[in-house]
Design a protein around this ligand. Sequence first.
Ligand SMILES: CC(C)(COP(=O)(O)OP(=O)(O)OC[C@H]1O[C@@H](n2cnc3c(N)ncnc32)[C@H](O)[C@@H]1OP(=O)(O)O)[C@@H](O)C(=O)NCCC(=O)NCCS
Length: 188
Amino acid sequence: MTNTPPQLITRPHDAAGLHHHRDALLAVYRKVYADKLDNPFFTVDRFWERLERYGTNDGFSLITGHLEDELVGYTLGYTLARGARWWQGFRGDVNPGVLEEDGTRTFAINELMVLPAHRRQGYAHALHDALLADRPEQRATLLVRPDNIPARTAYLKWGWYILGKLQPFNDAPVYEALMLQLKDATAD
Ligand SMILES: CC(C)(COP(=O)(O)OP(=O)(O)OC[C@H]1O[C@@H](n2cnc3c(N)ncnc32)[C@H](O)[C@@H]1OP(=O)(O)O)[C@@H](O)C(=O)NCCC(=O)NCCS
């Protein structure tokens, strides 16, 4: 007999929805990043400042995932602006044109999290697919720590590939920059 996990209900939101769901989003963040909240970069206030800033970008989208009344995870991102600083600190062997942003070509995912008690049920995958469904951009990008085995394993399984390394600031960790093709590059 197999146990089928309850189906996640996903809901899309814009920046107004982000603000509306602030407390619930931060409650999930506190549980997911419980062991990092003492680190100045990971405090709840700093996290909320980042979310508010993401919400001001064109193309911002938030997907929340629910099991009945419980928020169990979410993901969000936005379209990279023309000349976005996203690629500063990139190290890798790619054609420079790959790192040029024209304001329409790339969707950046900034967060993806699922409560510890609800992991390995395919919920992150469902959130990820809901976020990327019907995006107008050609491609998506995100940064992942190489030692984040659950996330890295998931992304590589879902079709993402490693473009190179990226250290956004001198004192920031070195991430892997991943990319996912959303459309055939010749389709536009
Ligand atoms: C990464 C995260 C969102 C995955 O959530 P999830 O709901 O458990 O993911 P899914 O159930 O959709 O798993 C998808 C795949 O990821 C991989 N995966 C997930 N957890 C894993 C683990 N602990 N070890 C190895 N692979 C793992 C598996 O390939 C899995 O597929 P499978 O279960 O069929 O083998 C979750 O672990 C999380 O919230 N982590 C903390 C926040 C974080 O690091 N976010 C990513 C920032 S870049």
